[in-house]
Design a protein around this ligand. Structure first.
Ligand code: HPA
Length: 265
């Protein structure tokens, strides 16, 4: 296995092509916590593999993250669907976090849809509400870019793709996603800080992957599913089971949205 993350992604892409017998992919969808049930709406897979069959991937650490990748034809797009991701809080470093994105790009992917479950900072967003990510604030202090790889991040989340999603579902709001390190949820004071910084959504993923996707010149669509109000905004306490349950309840709507977006690419 190569030590260079970009080489490792190429090796992983070659293995993916060998196992799936599909030489090139067009779209990557990363399904976050609670989004896995949406996979059925995307259609019958041509192939399904376990992530650990590919070099550089590790087994998922989180309940609700299946650790599988499917290849499914959606509309005209051969689509990779990654069920479960590596989170930064697992301590494997940023290269591991973005390895799926780099593997997908090395497989030909030009469009990346990143989904996640998050806390909502606007109380009008009830559990199960999808919100388009219009920008992010990366509070991890980390980046997948090493060395002088200066990257323009003035439009990480494609306006064009957000427009397509809003044409399909005009009720979709947009918000700024704040990535925290995790795995602890935010304190109420951290939630207040995120609001003051201009955040609308708080979570533990996505921003680092989006940076790597932009470095690789892929177009990015980010969709958060609000599973709970941010800590301290209501009297409720947070737990991972509730996050998964909110995802389950909204899964078919999410799957339908993803399918229609990919069909319109
Ligand atoms: N904070 C961070 N991550 C999350 C949350 C939250 O409130 N809900 C689901 N994932």
């Amino acid at each position: 296995m190569s030590q260079d993350p970009y080489e490792l992604a190429k090796q992983s892409a070659a293995k993916l092509a060998e196992i799936t017998k599909i030489a090139k992919h067009d779209v990557l969808v990363v399904l976050g916590s609670g989004w896995t049930p949406a996979v059925e709406a995307l259609g019958t897979p041509n192939a399904e593999i376990t992530v650990t069959d590919l070099p550089g991937f590790s087994a998922p650490a989180v309940a609700g993250h299946a650790g599988k990748i499917r290849s499914v034809k959606v509309g005209n797009s051969q689509t990779l669907i990654q069920m479960g991701r590596t989170h930064y809080y697992e301590g494997r470093g940023t290269a591991a976090v973005v390895h799926a994105v780099r593997t997908a790009v090395a497989s030909g992917v030009k469009t990346i849809i990143l989904t996640n479950a998050c806390g909502g900072l606007q109380l009008k967003w009830k559990p199960g509400t999808p919100v388009l990510i219009k920008d992010h604030i990366n509070l991890t202090g980390a980046t997948p870019l090493v060395g002088p790889r200066f990257l323009d991040v003035s439009e990480v989340y494609s306006k064009r793709l957000r427009k397509i999603a809003q044409e399909i579902d005009p009720s979709l709001d947009e918000g700024v996603y704040v990535q925290f390190h995790g795995p602890q949820y935010e304190t109420p004071a951290e939630v207040q800080m995120a609001i003051k910084l201009g955040g609308d959504l708080v979570g533990m993923s996505t921003a680092l992957e989006a940076i790597a996707a932009r470095e690789a010149q892929a177009e990015v669509l980010g969709i958060s599913m609000v599973t709970n109000p941010g800590a301290g905004l209501t009297d409720d306490h947070l737990n991972h089971e509730e996050v998964l349950a909110a995802g389950l309840a909204a899964a078919s709507r999410m799957g339908d949205l993803l399918k229609k977006v990919i069909e319109k690419l």
